[in-house]
Write a protein that binds this ligand. Sequence first.
Ligand code: SF4
Ligand code: SF4
Length: 260
Amino acid sequence: MRLHFDCTACGRCCNSLRLPLSIREAIQWLEGGGIVQVMCDATPDLPVNEADTANVFRRERSFAANSLSLPIRVRVTLVAAFTGPCPNLLPNKLCGAYDRRPATCRIYPAELRPDADVDPSARLCPPEAWLSNKPLLVRDDCTVADPEIVDAITLARREGISDMSRKLHLTDLLGINVAALANEGFVIWHIDQRLLVSALLKVSAVSLPSDCCSSFWSVASPSVPVREMIGAAGGTACAVKDLEGAEYLSLQRSIDEPAI
Ligand code: SF4
Ligand code: SF4
């Protein structure tokens, strides 16, 4: 669907976020005094149909690991976390870090995922931002027309892939080895921020081998049947109340065990 868009600088999209960051951006965010969390989720390592762009996209952003004898793919997402206004949001609702804002901010309200179309109803932008006299954002063939957003999407996709082996080594360095079951929730690790920036700088500085399979992971789930299913498949699972140094963010409405 053809869409026109121009940001009204209403500032609505700059509040109470977990804003995905590349490793490079996470270092910048931490050095600017912001808070970065490490979110982990995992899926069984199953063959992916190359025509399934959503699953290919997800697989490219995960690394291979083991949960006992169960091969899994772990996705590690670094996020800038804040409640209320972004620390960079100025009183006039403009971005105080405009030239160094993360790619996620540059891409909004477009989509990073190749399988997702831009949906104004799912965006916080007011109706006047989408008027037909505004610059073209999305062409009739659903491709993004704004060259700056296209550049940001290209960079974010490239960094998302190149960060993966570094994230495997990051989790080894930080002792992170529990992930939530994908689509059920996330395990959010609260790492000492000085330790995190030091580990991020370390994994950024060296050339690392690509995918390897050295880590042993546990899958956290609030659901007893899910934990039993993971165990029966050869993996190891833990209850979310047993997490240490991390919390569980549930994406489910109905769960067997309350998240902490
Ligand atoms: S970095 Fe700037 S654009 Fe991004 S959320 Fe913060 S204020 Fe908004
Ligand atoms: S919600 Fe939309 S219109 Fe408002 S500041 Fe964010 S991108 Fe701009």
